[in-house]
Write a protein that binds this ligand. Sequence first.
Ligand code: PLP
Length: 376
Amino acid sequence: MIESLNRVEISRPALRHNMQLLRRMARKAGVMAMVKADGYGHGMLECARVFAGAGAAAFGVAEVVEGVTLRQAGISQPVFVLAGLLPELVPPLFDFDLTPVLVDDTLLPSLSREATRKGRSIDVHLKVDAGMGRQGCTLDQAPLVIRRIMDTPGVQLKGILAHFPMADDRDSPSTMEVLTGFTALVESLGDQLPDGLCLHIANSGGLLYFAGTRFDMVRPGISLYGCYPDGLTGRELAVGERLQPAMRFVSRVIQVKDVPAGSGLGYGHIYTTGRQTRLALLPVGYEDGYLRILSNRAEVLVHGCRAPVVGRISMNLTMVDVTDLQEVRPGDEVVLLGRQGAEEISCDEIAAWMGTINYEVLCLFGNLNRRVYMDD
Ligand SMILES: *Cc1c(COP(=O)(O)O)cnc(C)c1O
C-alpha cells in the first residue's frame, strides 16, 4: 500500500508509562482515562487498549458515538459520556452500557421511560458547576436535581463530579475554591446521598498540582499523552517520574535546492534569503495541521539538528533552511514534533510558536495525519 510521506508515530510504551505513573499518583483513586478527541489525536481505540492493559478503571468520551465505538471494539470498563447527550441518544446508552453524565434533570423522563421499556435501570453521574462556569448545574441547583434523580424510577445516581477551570495554574486560588464548594455540597447533603457514591473532580492539573483532589476517581487526559497541562516539560523530574510524550510527527525531504542571496521564497515572498541558501522542501503543510502561523517561525529536526522553517507554509509544502547542515538529501527524515538524535522539538515549543496550548497541537497533528504505532 502506498502511504503519505508524513506520519504521526505513537509510542505505546510511552502511553503505558504515563498510565502507570498516573495510577501511582492517584493511589487508591481509580483512573478514568480521557480518550475524547480520538485520544487527543493519538487514536482512541489503540490508546484505550493500552490504558485498559495498564489498569484504567474507566474511560471518558465526549459523545455517545465514541462510547459505542469503544464497546464495539470490546472495551469492557465503564464508559462515561461527558457531553453530547440528547433524548434521542438514550436507547444507545442502554444498548451499549454507557454511563451518561447528567448536567440537569432534562434527560430524566427519557431515561426512566427507556428503563421501564427495557426492564432494567441505568447508572448516571451528575456534573455540578462548582466554579468552572460552563457545563453542569450550579451548586445551588444541585440538591434539587440530585433529589429528582434519586426519585426517578430506573435511574441510579452513582456519582457526582465537577471540573476545574484553572488547575493548570499552580498559583491560582480557583482550584481550592472549586474544591471547597464541591466538598461543601457533598457534606451538606450527607445522609441524603446514596451509599458508595463515586466522587471525582481532578483533571491532569488537579492530580499533578493539587493535593486533596483525588476523591474516588481522577480523570487525566493530557498527562496520559505525555504533556503537562501548564506547558512545562517536567525536565526537573527524574526520567522515571516524568511523563513521556507519546507523539512524534515525521516528514521527508522531497527536494534540496540552492538559491542565491536576495531570493523571495514562496507565497507572498514573506522571506528573502540574506545569503546563498540551501533549501529542503517537505510535503507537509496546513492541510496536515502544520498551520500557516508557523511560517518563518517553527524549527524542525534534520540529521538531529535544528533547522528553521522559512517562507510561507502552504497547503502541502514547507521550506526549511538547511544551509548550515551537512549533505541533506531527498528522502531524509525530518522531525516536526518529537525527538531525533539528541535533539527534541516539544509539543509545548510548537504550541508557543502557534500561540496555543499543547492540547490543540496534539489534536491537529494526530487527527489530520496517518498514525502508526510503535512498540519500542
Ligand atoms: C477533558 C476533560 C478532562 C481531562 O482534562 P486534562 O486537562 O486533559 O487532564 C477531565 N475532566 C473533564 C470533564 C474533561 O472534559
